[in-house]
Design a protein around this ligand. Structure first.
Ligand SMILES: [Zn+2]
Length: 300
């Protein structure tokens, strides 16, 4: 069934109204009206910010779960999410540029927090890479203090609560990091090589000791040429890579082709990185654990 645009618009508004009602369930009316409304670009940042803000804030992600930010095309209703925002949180460094286009179109004036500001970047294929959060130590060291600082400046009465929640969450990140390092130890060192669909893993690879052999997609939204793919097949063969990984936000087709051409039998198509997925990858901690479990299973 195809709905005409007006009908589709009405349906979306109705669904949005339901979603808003669902989010407010359980909160007292005064808490709902005084809490800081935070809008993030992605579900990953929404989860991290919610862990710091707790019940003092409500958080909405513009991009839904399972969808990537680099080539995100804003929907008309996304502007409604921005309209009442008390704080807008993005990553920057080219990850979520769609937000700047939206804000210049809508003239939004809400305070902003750009999580990637001030984090030393790695350059991949001549571009600064934005995927800091796949290294939990960077979330701990940079994202959390930035979130605490911004929330506290907008809601000074909550400063102690934000600091306490960030400290507790930071503890969970440390425990996760130790757990993941232990899991990676199960992979023989010569097998710690990654080929992924897009270039999401440089900070992850640096932190956990993987070699990044190659990525299929140099630019999100632009398929590689046959020559690019052929060159990658040669690189992957020469490096004796054991598995090809693809992120759930993309079609696995090219990853499967690469694996086939390179004689690799293992293709993992369900890594989550720019967006949360279904449980147990529906939190940042769950996403990290899911990815490492799948990488370890394929390479050990
Ligand atoms: Zn990405």
């Amino acid at each position: 069934m195809t709905l005409s645009p007006p009908l589709r618009g009405i349906l979306i508004l109705a669904l949005l109204a339901l979603a808003v009602a669902g989010c407010q369930g359980g909160a007292s009316p005064s808490a709902a009206s005084t809490g800081l409304r935070v809008v993030t670009t992605t579900t990953v940042f929404a989860d991290i910010v919610q862990n710091v803000g707790g019940s003092r804030i409500s958080v909405t992600s513009i991009i839904p779960p399972g969808v990537g930010p680099e080539d995100y095309e804003p929907k008309p209703e996304d502007a409604r999410k921005l309209a009442g925002a008390g704080l807008i949180v993005s990553n920057g460094v080219g990850l979520d540029d769609f937000l700047d286009r939206m804000l210049s179109a809508t003239g939004g004036q809400a305070p902003r927090l750009v999580l990637g500001d001030g984090i030393p970047t790695l350059t991949v294929n001549g571009e600064q890479n934005p995927h800091f959060w796949l290294d939990p130590s960077l979330v701990r060291r940079y994202y959390l203090p930035a979130i605490v600082g911004k929330l506290s400046s907008l809601d000074p009465a909550g400063k102690a609560a934000y600091e306490a929640k960030a400290a507790a969450y930071g503890g969970q990140l440390d425990a996760l990091d130790a757990e993941l390092k232990g899991k990676v130890e199960q992979i023989p060192p010569q097998n710690r090589k990654l080929v992924t669909f897009h270039d999401a893993f440089p900070y992850f690879a640096r932190h956990y000791g993987f070699e990044l052999v190659g990525v299929i997609l140099q630019n999100v939204g632009q398929d590689p040429s046959a020559a690019d793919l052929a060159a990658l097949v040669d690189t992957v063969k020469a490096a004796h890579v054991r598995a090809v990984f693809s992120e759930a936000q993309f079609s696995p087709k090219l990853s499967q082709t690469l694996a086939q051409e390179a004689g690799i039998t293992q293709v993992v198509t369900t890594l989550y990185n720019d967006a949360l997925g279904p449980a147990p990858a529906d939190t940042y901690l769950g996403l990290m654990r899911w990815n490492v479990d799948h990488i370890v299973d394929a390479l050990k």
